[in-house]
Design a protein. Sequence first.
Length: 151
Amino acid sequence: MGLPPRGAERARVPGPVQEVRPGPGGGVIRFSRSELRVTVAVNGAVFWGWDGASPEPSYALAGRCPEPDPRAVLEPDKDGGWRVVAERVTVVISRHGAVEVKTPGGVTLRRDLPPRWWEPVDGGAARWMQRSEVAADARFFGLGGVRPGPG
């Protein structure tokens, strides 16, 4: 499943968690080949972005980003993963980079598989893929800043 390789390319994934840095509303989880920033805002909005992606500019916002929720905490989860726990939402990050957004009661609203990308062996631009799964009645807005992809 996913994009078929073209020519001589190396498939890449984030790899296992190497380091975790708590920050306002969440923090940064560094994997062996990539890093993920997760922030939960005071209104329950969630931002997550790979490899330096920023929440602004965002097509989902009319103005500035809401402030990070100072009560949201980045803490260890099961099986080597991490989670950001806030009053309105929990964001679960697996040890290999899958991201799940859950209600406080544990109902999964969205699940993103770890990103995958292909780098040409001889150099050049990488191609990447991100796969998301959402409930039939879920609503998610905005792509945030558009970047060429992780890696």
